[in-house]
Structure formats: C-alpha cells, structure tokens
Design a protein around this ligand. Structure first.
Ligand code: ZN
Length: 502
C-alpha cells in the first residue's frame, strides 16, 4: 500500500494538471471575448468543449478516485494545510463525478452557442432570437442541478458552486435585511437638494488616455504591471492567475468614470490572484474561497476605497494630468459627488453603489422562480420589467442593453452567480470595519498613496488563505464574527447620509 506522503504528492500532481487545463480554457475564453473574430465562435466552441472534457476526465479519473480513497482512510500524517487541500479536492471530485461527461460537454457547447446568439439578440433587443437557446441552456442546467443534488430547490445546487454553504433561503434572509437599509436610504437621497454636476460629460475623454490613466492608477495601488494586461471587451472581467492576469474594460468617451471604476474593480479581482502564495499555485489553497469573497476584493477597491475622498485627494491630480482641459472647473469634491451619484437606472454594470444590490436582488429572485419552475424562460421579459418597476421605479425601454438581456451571465449558463456580488459588498464592508480598527491611520495612508498595509492585511487575511477555511470561519478569523449584514448597512448609511446631507 502507498504511504500517505507519496499518495498526497501524486494527488497534487494530478490536480495541478486539472488546474492547468482550466487555465487554458480560461485563456480561450479571454480570447473569445477580446480578440476572436465573430465567425470563430463555432471552432472555439469545439476547442473549449475538448479542453473542459479533458479537465473533467482528469479530475474524475480512477487514479484520483484511488488516491482520494487511500488518503481518506489512511492514518493521516498530513499538515493542516495539506488536509485542507485534500478536503477541497475531494469536494471538486465529488461535484464533478456527479456529472456525466456527455452533459459537461453539452453544457460547454450550449454556453458558447448561447453567448454568440445573445450578443446579436441583445444588440437587436429581440428576446425571441435568444429564447430558444436560453431555454435549452436552462434545461441542461436543471439537469446539472439534479445530478449535483440539493435539499430545497435546484438553485441551491447551483449557488453552491459559487458560494459554498449558501442557499437560496439564507440569501433571501440576508437580502431582505439589506433591502431594509437600501430602499429607505434611496428614497431619502432622491429627495435631497444635493445634486451632482455632470457638465464634464459634454467633453470627450479619448479611450487611449482613459486606458493610460487606468494603468497608472492601478500601478499606484500595487497591481503588478509585468504580471497583467488590460484589453477591451463588451463585458468587463478578470481572468488568469498570478503572473498572467488579464483584465478588460469597456469605455465611454463621455463618461470616463465608467471605465475608471470598471478597471479598479477588475484590478481588485486581479490583486486577489496576485496575492496568493506562489508555493500553493495550482492547488485549492491558491483558489478563491467563493465568488462572493472574490467580489469582496473588487468591490472594496472599486467602492469603499476607490470612491472615497481620500483616494481622490491622491488620484485627482493624476487624472487631471490626462484630462486637465476636460475637467476644468471641476473640484475634487465635485468629482467625488459625481462618482457617488445615486439614481434609479436600467443597467446593472453602470448602477451606483447603493442601487446595485437592488439590481442583484431582482435577478436572484427571478432565478429562484425560474429554477423552482414557477416562471418559464418566455416569461422573463415580463417578470423582469415588473420587478424593475417595483424596486427601481422604472420601466425598461427595451429587452436588450437596458433590459432583460443586458447581462452575459444567463447567456453563459452562470445561474446562481448573481448573489455573489451582494455577498461581496457585505463581506467587503465587514473587512473594512475591522481594517479601520487595525489601522487607525487608514484614510491618511490612502491619501498619501501608501497602500502597503491595506494590501498586506488583505493578503494575510484573505488572499493567502485560498480555500483553507469555510467562508464563516475565514470571516471569524479575519474579523471576529461570521458574515453579518450590519457592517454593510452601517457603511452605506454613514457614507450616503453624509454625502447627501440627509
Ligand atoms: Zn467583479
């Protein structure tokens, strides 16, 4: 019989190969979104299906099964970290073996196809062009949920992929609590006399200069230029890993703040990847604990730090170096008010910090009903518009970019993903409350461009931990308590009542 050490090392070797295949698939996906000509979609779908099939085969091989069997029964001499790796590889193996390879490949192919159809249908605002492929994808995803298993609703099986341990029921409770702060605060702000001035949007802010500013400011924060790159894409994202992080942005030449905060957001994701330990690369200890935790990093840099006055006391002189004429007469305080402007709006990715969660909660509730079978794909535009009126007081003018087809997620089959954005906001505020306790001079440090302590706190408490602990254990170790929405409620209330004098 193989000894524990040999078996563990063999298992890690197999798992690292699975991770490498995953990173190749990520690169193909990055290329699809940034560089690939539209007609490349057919061959790309086949390429991605082959790679994901290989990764699935490798992860679910008899060899991995036997090694897990040996390690799970043997007298265990593994360290705590190694035990965490073993537990998480076991989780991945168990989830993957529940899915027949045929279904995995069919899902990958349908996701690619759906993504391609979505782009054209979204452009035309024609939901009927998208519906048949989306319906097929929802059916396949329901099959996926059945294979994975769940207690309450199929959506739980999908949420578990992104937020291990969370359920539709627990998220509903947390989001209902968040709404108690968000909605009254929104109403107060809408009645406030404090109004931002957007005259600067009459100017043109050329894309290359926006990109150059983005690269400069993210370098100031501590993002490694030699280990990353920035390109354009329809839907901004971050992919890759430590040493080769790819972020993307979407530019608006009249509203530079859109790309600026998109870039800072994706950089927050990139910093998480940059912060993992090199000696754990390719193992679960180098992987993010959950999508919500990943989002906590992007949202912290984008919103909590990136939209604050101390951050712009540092960064506004850099911005005006690029756009001095365009921002003539706009003070740093005017700018900070403009970038924190709160309004009822149609597009999630352009939504402000406060109303963002309403966009998320609406999508989450639609997914909950779609997977419970109480609504169908054909109902989506109607249900979407109704909820939009209820929560945001607006009727979407179309089903495309300002309506039900605006997001890439459903076109990619990423159902159960949306709640992670709000989980991220809630976790970020909790980290921030603790960071302010641990670092009393935090705001002065930001103002002087000293991000060392902030980055270090995040690396030690979040990035380097990877999947070592459960979410609530990680939150407890970092902040003293499990995830608690109260810090987020306090943060929003304090920030916006001050800014809008309400
Ligand atoms: Zn994000």
């Amino acid at each position: 019989m193989m000894d524990t050490r040999t078996a563990y090392e063999a298992l890690i070797k197999e798992y690292k190969a699975v991770s490498t295949l995953g990173s190749i698939e990520g690169l193909l996906h990055w290329d699809l979104q940034t560089m690939m000509p539209r007609k490349g979609a057919v061959i790309r779908a086949d390429q991605m299906a082959i790679i994901s099939g290989l990764a699935h085969q490798k992860l679910t091989s008899d060899k991995v099964r036997d090694l897990l069997g040996t390690l799970n029964t043997a007298e265990n001499t593994l360290s705590d970290e190694e035990r965490a790796n073993l537990r998480e590889i076991d989780r991945d193996f168990t989830r993957a073996t529940k899915l027949p390879q045929e279904l995995v490949e069919e899902l990958t192919r349908q996701r690619s196809k759906c993504h391609n159809v979505w782009e054209a249908a979204r452009e035309a605002g024609d939901f009927s062009k998208f519906a048949p492929d989306l319906e097929k994808l929802v059916d396949l995803t329901k099959q996926q949920a059945e294979c994975l298993g769940y207690e309450d609703t199929p959506l739980d099986a999908l949420i578990d992929e992104y937020e291990p341990g969370a359920t539709a029921a627990s998220l509903t409770t947390m989001f209902n609590e968040a709404k108690k702060t968000t909605i009254p605060l929104l109403n107060k702000i809408l009645g406030s006399a404090v109004k931002a001035n957007f005259d600067f949007q009459k100017q043109t802010f050329p894309q290359p200069k926006q990109k150059a500013f983005g690269e400069e400011i993210t370098t100031v924060i501590g993002f490694d230029k030699l280990g990353s790159r920035l390109d354009s894409a329809v839907h901004p994202f971050c992919s890759g890993g430590r040493g080769d992080i790819r972020i993307t942005a979407r530019y608006n030449e009249h509203a530079p703040q859109q790309a600026i905060f998109g870039i800072i957001h994706e950089t927050g994701h990139g910093l998480y990847e940059q912060g993992v330990r090199e000696d754990t690369l390719g193992t679960p200890l180098s992987q993010p604990l959950s999508y919500g935790l990943h989002e906590s990093q992007s949202r912290m840099w984008e919103n909590i730090i990136g939209r604050s006055l101390p951050f712009w006391k540092l960064s506004y002189p850099i911005l005006t170096k690029y756009f001095g004429a365009e921002l003539k007469g706009v003070s740093v305080e005017d700018w900070v008010l403009a970038i924190n402007h709160v309004e009822q709006s149609f597009v999630r990715v352009e939504a402000d910090e406060l109303t963002y969660d309403l966009h998320i909660i609406l999508r989450f509730e639609i997914e909950r009903e779609l997977f419970a079978g109480t609504i169908s794909v054909a109902d989506l535009p109607t249900v979407w518009n109704k909820k939009f009126e209820d929560y945001l007081g607006l009727t979407p003018p179309n089903n495309g970019k300002e309506g039900v087809m605006q997001d890439i997620h459903w076109a990619m089959g990423s159902f159960g993903y949306f709640p992670s954005y709000s989980v991220g906001n809630i976790a970020a505020a909790q980290f921030w409350a603790k960071m302010k306790e641990d670092m009393p001079k935090l705001e002065q440090q930001i103002e002087t461009g000293d991000f060392k302590d902030i980055l270090n706190w995040l690396i030690v408490n979040v990035h380097e931990q990877g999947r070592r602990y459960s979410r609530d254990d990680l939150m407890k170790r970092a902040t003293g308590t499990p995830l608690d929405v109260k810090h987020y409620a306090n943060y929003l209330t304090e920030k916006f009542t001050k800014l809008y004098r309400v």
